[in-house]
Design a protein around this ligand. Structure first.
Ligand SMILES: Nc1ncnc2c1ncn2[C@@H]1O[C@H](COP(=O)(O)OP(=O)(O)OP(=O)(O)O)[C@@H](O)[C@H]1O
Ligand SMILES: [Mg+2]
Length: 498
Protein backbone atom coordinates (compact mmCIF):
# COMPACT_ATOMS: atom_id res chain seq x y z
CA UNK A 1 0.00 0.00 0.00
CA UNK A 2 1.26 3.46 -0.91
CA UNK A 3 0.83 5.73 2.08
CA UNK A 4 1.48 9.44 1.74
CA UNK A 5 1.41 9.77 5.51
CA UNK A 6 1.57 7.54 8.56
CA UNK A 7 1.05 8.35 12.20
CA UNK A 8 2.57 5.75 14.52
CA UNK A 9 2.05 5.17 18.21
CA UNK A 10 0.57 8.60 18.76
CA UNK A 11 -0.59 9.51 22.28
CA UNK A 12 -1.98 12.73 23.63
CA UNK A 13 -2.60 13.53 27.26
CA UNK A 14 -4.57 16.58 28.39
CA UNK A 15 -4.87 17.35 32.10
CA UNK A 16 -7.14 14.60 33.40
CA UNK A 17 -7.78 13.06 29.96
CA UNK A 18 -5.86 10.56 27.86
CA UNK A 19 -7.36 11.63 24.52
CA UNK A 20 -5.20 9.32 22.37
CA UNK A 21 -3.41 6.16 23.35
CA UNK A 22 -0.86 4.61 20.97
CA UNK A 23 -2.89 5.35 17.84
CA UNK A 24 -1.93 4.27 14.33
CA UNK A 25 -3.33 6.13 11.38
CA UNK A 26 -2.48 5.79 7.69
CA UNK A 27 -3.43 7.99 4.79
CA UNK A 28 -3.31 6.18 1.44
CA UNK A 29 -2.14 8.35 -1.46
CA UNK A 30 -4.88 9.62 -3.77
CA UNK A 31 -7.66 8.07 -1.68
CA UNK A 32 -10.28 9.14 0.81
CA UNK A 33 -9.74 7.77 4.31
CA UNK A 34 -12.68 8.01 6.70
CA UNK A 35 -11.92 8.54 10.37
CA UNK A 36 -14.77 7.35 12.55
CA UNK A 37 -15.58 7.06 16.20
CA UNK A 38 -18.04 8.22 18.85
CA UNK A 39 -18.04 11.73 20.32
CA UNK A 40 -14.85 12.15 22.27
CA UNK A 41 -13.11 9.19 20.60
CA UNK A 42 -10.17 11.44 19.68
CA UNK A 43 -10.73 12.14 15.97
CA UNK A 44 -10.34 15.91 16.09
CA UNK A 45 -7.41 15.65 18.49
CA UNK A 46 -5.57 13.28 16.14
CA UNK A 47 -6.17 15.62 13.21
CA UNK A 48 -5.11 18.66 15.22
CA UNK A 49 -1.82 16.92 15.94
CA UNK A 50 -1.43 16.19 12.25
CA UNK A 51 -2.12 19.80 11.33
CA UNK A 52 0.22 21.31 13.92
CA UNK A 53 -2.43 22.70 16.27
CA UNK A 54 -1.52 20.38 19.16
CA UNK A 55 1.78 18.87 20.13
CA UNK A 56 1.64 15.12 20.64
CA UNK A 57 2.73 13.51 23.88
CA UNK A 58 4.24 10.52 22.05
CA UNK A 59 4.60 8.95 18.64
CA UNK A 60 5.86 9.84 15.19
CA UNK A 61 4.59 11.17 11.90
CA UNK A 62 6.04 9.98 8.59
CA UNK A 63 5.39 12.02 5.46
CA UNK A 64 6.41 10.12 2.33
CA UNK A 65 8.39 7.86 4.66
CA UNK A 66 10.34 10.67 6.36
CA UNK A 67 9.82 11.73 9.96
CA UNK A 68 8.37 15.23 10.16
CA UNK A 69 7.66 17.66 12.95
CA UNK A 70 5.05 20.41 12.80
CA UNK A 71 5.32 22.92 15.61
CA UNK A 72 2.43 25.03 14.41
CA UNK A 73 -0.29 25.06 11.73
CA UNK A 74 1.89 27.09 9.38
CA UNK A 75 4.55 24.37 9.30
CA UNK A 76 1.91 21.78 8.50
CA UNK A 77 0.63 24.03 5.70
CA UNK A 78 4.15 24.31 4.33
CA UNK A 79 4.13 20.52 4.06
CA UNK A 80 0.89 20.84 2.11
CA UNK A 81 -1.46 19.64 4.82
CA UNK A 82 -4.70 21.61 5.15
CA UNK A 83 -7.49 21.15 7.66
CA UNK A 84 -11.09 22.27 7.76
CA UNK A 85 -11.85 22.42 11.44
CA UNK A 86 -15.05 21.13 13.00
CA UNK A 87 -15.53 24.37 14.92
CA UNK A 88 -15.16 26.99 12.23
CA UNK A 89 -12.30 29.43 12.44
CA UNK A 90 -13.48 32.43 10.43
CA UNK A 91 -13.40 36.10 11.30
CA UNK A 92 -16.97 37.37 11.04
CA UNK A 93 -16.02 41.01 10.49
CA UNK A 94 -13.94 40.25 7.39
CA UNK A 95 -15.16 39.49 3.88
CA UNK A 96 -15.28 36.01 2.37
CA UNK A 97 -12.20 36.73 0.22
CA UNK A 98 -10.21 38.13 3.13
CA UNK A 99 -11.01 35.05 5.19
CA UNK A 100 -9.88 32.71 2.43
CA UNK A 101 -6.52 34.42 2.03
CA UNK A 102 -5.93 35.58 5.56
CA UNK A 103 -2.19 35.81 6.30
CA UNK A 104 -1.44 34.96 2.65
CA UNK A 105 -2.98 37.94 0.86
CA UNK A 106 -1.66 38.55 -2.65
CA UNK A 107 0.35 41.80 -2.73
CA UNK A 108 1.25 44.19 -5.54
CA UNK A 109 4.74 45.50 -6.38
CA UNK A 110 4.44 48.11 -3.62
CA UNK A 111 3.77 45.45 -0.99
CA UNK A 112 0.13 46.51 -0.65
CA UNK A 113 -2.66 43.97 -0.67
CA UNK A 114 -3.89 43.40 -4.20
CA UNK A 115 -7.60 43.42 -3.54
CA UNK A 116 -8.56 42.84 -7.12
CA UNK A 117 -6.54 39.65 -7.30
CA UNK A 118 -7.67 38.54 -3.86
CA UNK A 119 -11.31 38.76 -4.86
CA UNK A 120 -10.88 37.35 -8.34
CA UNK A 121 -8.94 34.35 -6.97
CA UNK A 122 -11.61 33.90 -4.31
CA UNK A 123 -14.32 34.03 -6.90
CA UNK A 124 -12.61 31.25 -8.88
CA UNK A 125 -12.47 29.01 -5.81
CA UNK A 126 -16.05 29.78 -4.88
CA UNK A 127 -17.26 29.01 -8.37
CA UNK A 128 -15.77 25.55 -8.12
CA UNK A 129 -17.96 25.07 -5.08
CA UNK A 130 -21.06 26.43 -6.82
CA UNK A 131 -21.12 29.17 -4.21
CA UNK A 132 -23.20 32.13 -5.26
CA UNK A 133 -22.41 34.91 -2.75
CA UNK A 134 -20.10 37.81 -3.58
CA UNK A 135 -16.59 37.34 -2.17
CA UNK A 136 -16.80 40.87 -0.72
CA UNK A 137 -19.66 39.90 1.54
CA UNK A 138 -19.01 39.83 5.28
CA UNK A 139 -18.65 36.29 6.64
CA UNK A 140 -20.69 37.20 9.72
CA UNK A 141 -23.76 37.59 7.50
CA UNK A 142 -23.58 34.03 6.14
CA UNK A 143 -25.51 30.97 7.33
CA UNK A 144 -23.40 28.28 9.00
CA UNK A 145 -23.66 26.13 5.89
CA UNK A 146 -22.19 28.90 3.79
CA UNK A 147 -19.48 29.59 6.36
CA UNK A 148 -18.54 25.93 6.06
CA UNK A 149 -18.18 26.37 2.29
CA UNK A 150 -15.85 29.33 2.88
CA UNK A 151 -13.66 27.10 5.07
CA UNK A 152 -13.59 24.55 2.27
CA UNK A 153 -12.61 27.21 -0.27
CA UNK A 154 -9.82 28.28 2.08
CA UNK A 155 -8.45 24.73 2.26
CA UNK A 156 -8.59 24.42 -1.53
CA UNK A 157 -6.70 27.70 -1.91
CA UNK A 158 -3.71 26.18 -0.08
CA UNK A 159 -3.28 23.69 -2.90
CA UNK A 160 -2.65 21.02 -0.29
CA UNK A 161 -1.71 17.39 -0.93
CA UNK A 162 -3.52 16.19 2.18
CA UNK A 163 -6.87 17.74 3.04
CA UNK A 164 -8.50 16.94 6.35
CA UNK A 165 -12.25 17.56 6.62
CA UNK A 166 -13.58 17.40 10.16
CA UNK A 167 -17.36 16.97 9.85
CA UNK A 168 -17.59 19.19 6.78
CA UNK A 169 -21.23 18.41 5.95
CA UNK A 170 -22.48 19.02 9.44
CA UNK A 171 -24.32 22.19 8.43
CA UNK A 172 -24.57 21.77 4.66
CA UNK A 173 -27.76 21.39 2.65
CA UNK A 174 -28.17 18.24 0.56
CA UNK A 175 -27.18 20.17 -2.54
CA UNK A 176 -24.12 21.66 -0.89
CA UNK A 177 -23.14 18.17 0.23
CA UNK A 178 -23.41 16.86 -3.32
CA UNK A 179 -21.25 19.74 -4.53
CA UNK A 180 -18.69 18.94 -1.86
CA UNK A 181 -18.67 15.29 -2.94
CA UNK A 182 -17.99 16.22 -6.53
CA UNK A 183 -15.14 18.45 -5.32
CA UNK A 184 -13.76 15.52 -3.29
CA UNK A 185 -13.98 13.27 -6.34
CA UNK A 186 -12.08 15.82 -8.42
CA UNK A 187 -9.41 16.14 -5.72
CA UNK A 188 -9.02 12.36 -5.55
CA UNK A 189 -8.74 12.10 -9.33
CA UNK A 190 -5.95 14.65 -9.28
CA UNK A 191 -4.07 12.49 -6.75
CA UNK A 192 -4.84 14.39 -3.53
CA UNK A 193 -5.33 12.47 -0.30
CA UNK A 194 -8.27 13.22 1.94
CA UNK A 195 -9.23 12.47 5.52
CA UNK A 196 -12.97 12.57 6.01
CA UNK A 197 -14.64 12.71 9.43
CA UNK A 198 -18.42 12.41 9.70
CA UNK A 199 -21.13 10.95 11.90
CA UNK A 200 -23.32 10.38 8.85
CA UNK A 201 -22.50 6.81 8.01
CA UNK A 202 -24.21 6.85 4.62
CA UNK A 203 -21.64 9.44 3.51
CA UNK A 204 -18.80 7.06 4.34
CA UNK A 205 -20.21 4.56 1.87
CA UNK A 206 -20.74 7.25 -0.76
CA UNK A 207 -17.39 8.97 -0.76
CA UNK A 208 -14.68 7.07 1.18
CA UNK A 209 -12.30 4.29 0.08
CA UNK A 210 -10.93 3.26 3.47
CA UNK A 211 -12.03 3.67 7.05
CA UNK A 212 -10.19 3.86 10.35
CA UNK A 213 -12.15 3.49 13.57
CA UNK A 214 -11.14 4.91 16.95
CA UNK A 215 -12.81 4.16 20.26
CA UNK A 216 -11.94 5.86 23.54
CA UNK A 217 -8.70 7.19 22.16
CA UNK A 218 -7.56 3.83 20.82
CA UNK A 219 -7.08 2.44 17.35
CA UNK A 220 -9.69 -0.24 16.67
CA UNK A 221 -9.49 -1.14 12.99
CA UNK A 222 -8.56 -0.06 9.48
CA UNK A 223 -10.34 -1.57 6.50
CA UNK A 224 -11.66 -1.10 2.99
CA UNK A 225 -15.10 0.50 2.92
CA UNK A 226 -16.19 -2.09 0.34
CA UNK A 227 -15.41 -4.83 2.87
CA UNK A 228 -17.73 -3.54 5.57
CA UNK A 229 -21.41 -2.69 6.18
CA UNK A 230 -23.14 -0.16 8.39
CA UNK A 231 -24.00 -2.54 11.23
CA UNK A 232 -20.41 -3.73 11.45
CA UNK A 233 -19.14 -0.14 11.42
CA UNK A 234 -21.43 0.81 14.28
CA UNK A 235 -20.30 -2.22 16.21
CA UNK A 236 -16.65 -1.22 15.76
CA UNK A 237 -17.39 2.35 16.87
CA UNK A 238 -19.67 1.65 19.79
CA UNK A 239 -18.21 -1.67 20.89
CA UNK A 240 -21.61 -3.34 20.90
CA UNK A 241 -24.65 -3.82 18.67
CA UNK A 242 -27.22 -1.03 18.74
CA UNK A 243 -30.92 -1.73 19.01
CA UNK A 244 -33.56 0.07 16.98
CA UNK A 245 -32.48 3.60 16.25
CA UNK A 246 -35.83 5.43 16.33
CA UNK A 247 -37.90 4.29 19.27
CA UNK A 248 -41.27 5.85 18.39
CA UNK A 249 -43.28 6.18 21.56
CA UNK A 250 -47.04 6.67 21.59
CA UNK A 251 -48.50 8.39 24.61
CA UNK A 252 -51.95 9.84 25.08
CA UNK A 253 -51.62 13.45 24.14
CA UNK A 254 -52.95 15.98 26.65
CA UNK A 255 -54.21 19.54 26.43
CA UNK A 256 -52.87 22.13 24.05
CA UNK A 257 -49.86 23.70 25.78
CA UNK A 258 -48.57 26.12 23.17
CA UNK A 259 -50.65 27.76 20.49
CA UNK A 260 -49.45 30.43 18.08
CA UNK A 261 -51.63 32.43 15.72
CA UNK A 262 -50.65 34.35 12.62
CA UNK A 263 -47.05 34.99 13.66
CA UNK A 264 -45.52 37.39 11.20
CA UNK A 265 -42.27 39.31 10.86
CA UNK A 266 -39.51 39.77 8.31
CA UNK A 267 -38.73 36.04 8.31
CA UNK A 268 -42.07 34.30 8.78
CA UNK A 269 -45.52 34.79 7.33
CA UNK A 270 -48.79 34.10 9.07
CA UNK A 271 -47.64 31.04 11.02
CA UNK A 272 -50.29 29.26 13.13
CA UNK A 273 -49.99 25.91 14.89
CA UNK A 274 -50.26 24.30 18.29
CA UNK A 275 -48.53 21.61 20.32
CA UNK A 276 -50.13 19.35 22.91
CA UNK A 277 -48.84 17.98 26.16
CA UNK A 278 -46.61 14.96 25.49
CA UNK A 279 -46.41 15.66 21.79
CA UNK A 280 -43.35 15.77 19.57
CA UNK A 281 -43.93 18.11 16.65
CA UNK A 282 -41.26 17.60 14.01
CA UNK A 283 -40.43 20.65 11.91
CA UNK A 284 -39.03 19.88 8.48
CA UNK A 285 -38.00 22.12 5.61
CA UNK A 286 -35.04 23.03 3.48
CA UNK A 287 -32.16 24.90 5.02
CA UNK A 288 -32.99 28.58 4.91
CA UNK A 289 -36.76 27.94 4.95
CA UNK A 290 -37.11 29.97 8.15
CA UNK A 291 -37.40 27.18 10.72
CA UNK A 292 -34.78 28.62 13.06
CA UNK A 293 -36.24 32.10 12.65
CA UNK A 294 -39.67 30.71 13.51
CA UNK A 295 -38.29 29.13 16.67
CA UNK A 296 -36.50 32.32 17.64
CA UNK A 297 -39.64 34.36 17.01
CA UNK A 298 -41.53 32.24 19.52
CA UNK A 299 -38.60 32.31 21.93
CA UNK A 300 -38.43 36.09 21.99
CA UNK A 301 -35.06 36.30 20.26
CA UNK A 302 -36.59 37.81 17.11
CA UNK A 303 -39.37 40.39 17.46
CA UNK A 304 -42.81 39.75 16.01
CA UNK A 305 -44.62 42.32 13.87
CA UNK A 306 -47.93 40.68 14.63
CA UNK A 307 -49.43 37.47 15.93
CA UNK A 308 -50.39 35.93 19.25
CA UNK A 309 -48.81 33.32 21.50
CA UNK A 310 -50.83 31.31 24.05
CA UNK A 311 -49.50 29.10 26.84
CA UNK A 312 -52.05 26.82 28.52
CA UNK A 313 -54.79 28.85 26.89
CA UNK A 314 -53.59 32.22 28.17
CA UNK A 315 -52.22 34.81 25.85
CA UNK A 316 -48.65 35.73 26.81
CA UNK A 317 -46.31 38.49 25.80
CA UNK A 318 -42.78 37.31 25.05
CA UNK A 319 -40.33 40.11 24.35
CA UNK A 320 -37.08 38.36 25.29
CA UNK A 321 -35.68 34.90 25.85
CA UNK A 322 -35.90 35.66 29.56
CA UNK A 323 -39.68 36.09 29.19
CA UNK A 324 -39.83 32.86 27.22
CA UNK A 325 -38.02 30.87 29.90
CA UNK A 326 -40.30 32.33 32.57
CA UNK A 327 -43.33 31.25 30.58
CA UNK A 328 -41.92 27.74 30.21
CA UNK A 329 -40.41 27.81 26.73
CA UNK A 330 -36.80 26.79 26.20
CA UNK A 331 -34.75 26.74 23.01
CA UNK A 332 -31.65 24.72 22.14
CA UNK A 333 -29.81 26.50 19.35
CA UNK A 334 -28.45 24.82 16.23
CA UNK A 335 -25.37 27.03 16.50
CA UNK A 336 -24.01 26.19 19.92
CA UNK A 337 -20.88 28.25 19.45
CA UNK A 338 -22.72 31.44 18.58
CA UNK A 339 -25.71 31.42 20.85
CA UNK A 340 -25.73 28.26 22.85
CA UNK A 341 -22.70 28.03 25.06
CA UNK A 342 -19.98 30.17 26.59
CA UNK A 343 -16.90 28.28 25.46
CA UNK A 344 -14.54 29.71 28.05
CA UNK A 345 -16.80 28.73 30.96
CA UNK A 346 -16.97 25.33 32.58
CA UNK A 347 -19.55 22.59 32.11
CA UNK A 348 -21.52 23.30 35.28
CA UNK A 349 -21.79 27.07 34.75
CA UNK A 350 -22.92 26.58 31.17
CA UNK A 351 -25.62 24.17 32.22
CA UNK A 352 -27.07 26.36 34.93
CA UNK A 353 -26.72 29.62 33.01
CA UNK A 354 -30.39 29.90 32.04
CA UNK A 355 -31.69 28.38 35.25
CA UNK A 356 -29.89 30.47 37.84
CA UNK A 357 -33.16 31.82 39.19
CA UNK A 358 -34.19 28.31 40.05
CA UNK A 359 -31.07 27.82 42.15
CA UNK A 360 -31.21 31.23 43.81
CA UNK A 361 -32.91 31.94 47.09
CA UNK A 362 -34.92 35.08 47.91
CA UNK A 363 -31.84 37.22 48.44
CA UNK A 364 -30.01 36.00 45.37
CA UNK A 365 -27.65 33.44 46.85
CA UNK A 366 -27.02 30.50 44.58
CA UNK A 367 -27.59 27.08 46.08
CA UNK A 368 -24.39 25.55 44.77
CA UNK A 369 -25.15 22.13 46.18
CA UNK A 370 -28.30 21.60 44.16
CA UNK A 371 -26.71 23.27 41.15
CA UNK A 372 -23.88 20.74 41.29
CA UNK A 373 -26.20 17.85 42.00
CA UNK A 374 -28.39 18.60 38.99
CA UNK A 375 -25.40 19.12 36.71
CA UNK A 376 -23.99 15.77 37.86
CA UNK A 377 -27.34 14.13 37.12
CA UNK A 378 -27.29 15.34 33.53
CA UNK A 379 -23.69 14.29 32.94
CA UNK A 380 -24.74 10.83 34.10
CA UNK A 381 -28.14 10.69 32.39
CA UNK A 382 -27.02 11.61 28.89
CA UNK A 383 -23.44 10.35 29.25
CA UNK A 384 -21.55 13.59 28.76
CA UNK A 385 -17.89 12.71 28.40
CA UNK A 386 -15.94 15.12 30.59
CA UNK A 387 -13.31 14.63 33.27
CA UNK A 388 -15.27 16.90 35.63
CA UNK A 389 -17.92 19.62 35.89
CA UNK A 390 -15.05 22.10 35.99
CA UNK A 391 -13.83 21.30 32.47
CA UNK A 392 -14.08 24.27 30.09
CA UNK A 393 -16.61 23.75 27.31
CA UNK A 394 -14.07 24.47 24.58
CA UNK A 395 -12.15 21.37 25.70
CA UNK A 396 -15.08 19.02 25.16
CA UNK A 397 -15.57 17.20 21.88
CA UNK A 398 -18.20 18.64 19.53
CA UNK A 399 -20.92 16.14 20.31
CA UNK A 400 -20.46 16.50 24.03
CA UNK A 401 -20.82 20.27 23.70
CA UNK A 402 -24.20 19.63 22.10
CA UNK A 403 -25.25 17.48 25.05
CA UNK A 404 -24.33 20.25 27.48
CA UNK A 405 -26.38 22.65 25.38
CA UNK A 406 -29.45 20.40 25.72
CA UNK A 407 -28.90 19.98 29.47
CA UNK A 408 -28.79 23.74 29.81
CA UNK A 409 -32.30 24.06 28.42
CA UNK A 410 -33.63 21.13 30.40
CA UNK A 411 -32.49 22.72 33.62
CA UNK A 412 -34.99 25.52 33.12
CA UNK A 413 -37.67 22.79 33.45
CA UNK A 414 -39.59 23.91 30.35
CA UNK A 415 -43.13 22.96 29.36
CA UNK A 416 -42.21 23.42 25.74
CA UNK A 417 -38.74 22.46 24.58
CA UNK A 418 -37.65 23.64 21.15
CA UNK A 419 -34.73 21.60 19.82
CA UNK A 420 -33.01 23.00 16.73
CA UNK A 421 -31.05 20.23 14.99
CA UNK A 422 -30.54 18.38 18.29
CA UNK A 423 -28.35 15.61 16.92
CA UNK A 424 -26.12 17.61 14.61
CA UNK A 425 -22.57 16.40 15.15
CA UNK A 426 -23.70 13.73 17.60
CA UNK A 427 -22.53 10.11 17.17
CA UNK A 428 -24.88 7.17 16.54
CA UNK A 429 -24.83 5.96 20.12
CA UNK A 430 -25.42 9.39 21.62
CA UNK A 431 -28.17 10.10 19.08
CA UNK A 432 -30.04 7.14 20.45
CA UNK A 433 -29.47 8.47 23.97
CA UNK A 434 -30.94 11.85 22.98
CA UNK A 435 -33.96 10.18 21.35
CA UNK A 436 -34.55 8.06 24.45
CA UNK A 437 -34.29 11.20 26.55
CA UNK A 438 -36.84 12.98 24.37
CA UNK A 439 -39.20 10.08 24.89
CA UNK A 440 -38.73 10.27 28.64
CA UNK A 441 -39.74 13.93 28.54
CA UNK A 442 -42.68 13.06 26.37
CA UNK A 443 -43.86 10.56 28.95
CA UNK A 444 -43.47 13.22 31.61
CA UNK A 445 -45.76 15.44 29.57
CA UNK A 446 -43.31 17.88 28.05
CA UNK A 447 -44.11 19.22 24.59
CA UNK A 448 -41.23 19.09 22.14
CA UNK A 449 -40.77 20.98 18.91
CA UNK A 450 -37.94 19.33 17.02
CA UNK A 451 -36.45 21.10 14.02
CA UNK A 452 -34.37 18.69 11.99
CA UNK A 453 -32.90 18.38 8.53
CA UNK A 454 -32.65 14.64 8.90
CA UNK A 455 -35.93 13.35 7.56
CA UNK A 456 -35.53 9.83 9.01
CA UNK A 457 -35.25 11.44 12.43
CA UNK A 458 -38.39 13.52 11.82
CA UNK A 459 -40.30 10.45 10.60
CA UNK A 460 -38.94 8.27 13.37
CA UNK A 461 -39.91 10.40 16.35
CA UNK A 462 -42.66 12.91 15.57
CA UNK A 463 -46.37 12.64 16.34
CA UNK A 464 -47.06 15.29 13.74
CA UNK A 465 -44.83 16.84 11.11
CA UNK A 466 -44.95 20.49 10.17
CA UNK A 467 -43.20 21.53 6.99
CA UNK A 468 -41.95 25.08 6.49
CA UNK A 469 -41.34 26.65 3.10
CA UNK A 470 -40.13 30.23 2.62
CA UNK A 471 -41.29 31.34 6.03
CA UNK A 472 -44.76 29.85 5.95
CA UNK A 473 -46.24 26.50 6.78
CA UNK A 474 -46.79 24.41 3.68
CA UNK A 475 -48.39 21.52 5.54
CA UNK A 476 -48.95 19.79 8.85
CA UNK A 477 -49.20 16.00 8.62
CA UNK A 478 -50.27 13.35 11.12
CA UNK A 479 -47.31 10.98 11.18
CA UNK A 480 -49.15 7.98 9.71
CA UNK A 481 -47.67 6.46 6.59
CA UNK A 482 -45.94 9.72 5.76
CA UNK A 483 -43.04 9.23 3.34
CA UNK A 484 -39.82 11.17 2.70
CA UNK A 485 -41.35 12.23 -0.64
CA UNK A 486 -44.42 13.71 1.07
CA UNK A 487 -42.16 15.87 3.19
CA UNK A 488 -39.85 16.85 0.34
CA UNK A 489 -42.80 17.90 -1.82
CA UNK A 490 -44.03 20.24 0.89
CA UNK A 491 -40.51 21.43 1.61
CA UNK A 492 -40.09 22.68 -1.95
CA UNK A 493 -43.45 24.38 -1.78
CA UNK A 494 -45.90 21.98 -3.40
CA UNK A 495 -48.94 22.28 -1.19
CA UNK A 496 -51.68 19.79 -0.40
CA UNK A 497 -49.60 16.63 -0.50
CA UNK A 498 -51.94 15.11 2.07
N1 LIG B 1 -7.84 21.16 24.57
C1 LIG B 1 -8.28 20.14 25.30
N2 LIG B 1 -8.12 20.09 26.65
C2 LIG B 1 -8.59 19.06 27.35
N3 LIG B 1 -9.24 17.99 26.86
C3 LIG B 1 -9.44 17.97 25.52
C4 LIG B 1 -9.00 19.04 24.67
N4 LIG B 1 -9.36 18.75 23.41
C5 LIG B 1 -9.99 17.55 23.45
N5 LIG B 1 -10.05 17.08 24.72
C6 LIG B 1 -10.63 15.79 25.16
O1 LIG B 1 -10.07 14.75 24.37
C7 LIG B 1 -11.05 13.76 24.04
C8 LIG B 1 -11.13 13.60 22.55
O2 LIG B 1 -11.78 14.73 22.00
P1 LIG B 1 -11.93 15.00 20.43
O3 LIG B 1 -12.41 16.39 20.27
O4 LIG B 1 -10.70 14.60 19.74
O5 LIG B 1 -13.10 13.97 20.07
P2 LIG B 1 -13.82 13.69 18.66
O6 LIG B 1 -13.58 12.26 18.33
O7 LIG B 1 -13.39 14.69 17.66
O8 LIG B 1 -15.36 13.86 19.06
P3 LIG B 1 -16.63 14.56 18.27
O9 LIG B 1 -17.20 13.50 17.37
O10 LIG B 1 -17.60 14.86 19.36
O11 LIG B 1 -16.14 15.77 17.57
C9 LIG B 1 -12.33 14.21 24.70
O12 LIG B 1 -12.47 13.55 25.93
C10 LIG B 1 -12.13 15.71 24.91
O13 LIG B 1 -12.88 16.17 25.99
MG1 LIG C 1 -14.39 16.22 16.70
Amino acid sequence: MDYILQMKGVSKVFPGVRALDDVHFNIPRGKVMALLGENGAGKSTLMKILSGVYERTQGEILLNGNAVEFKNPREAQEHKIAIIHQELNLLPELSIGENIFIGREPVNMFGKINWKELHSESRKLLEELDFKEDSKMKVGDLSIGKKQMVEIAKALSLDAEIIIMDEPTDALTDNETLTLFSVINKLRESGKSIVYISHRLNEIFQICDYVTVLRDGQFIDECLVSDIDEDKLIELMVGRKLTEQYPRLKVDLGEEVLKVENLTNKFIKDVSFSVRKGEILGVAGLMGAGRTELAKSIYGAIALDSGLIYIDGNQVSIKSSHDAINKGISYVSEDRKKDGLVLSMDVKKNMSLSALEKFSNAIGFIDMKSETKEAEDYVEKISIKTPSLKQKIKNLSGGNQQKVSISKSLMTAPKVLILDEPTRGVDVGAKKEIYDLMNTFKEEGMSIIMISSEIPEILGLSDRIMVVHEGSISGILENDNVTQEDIMRLAVGVRGAN
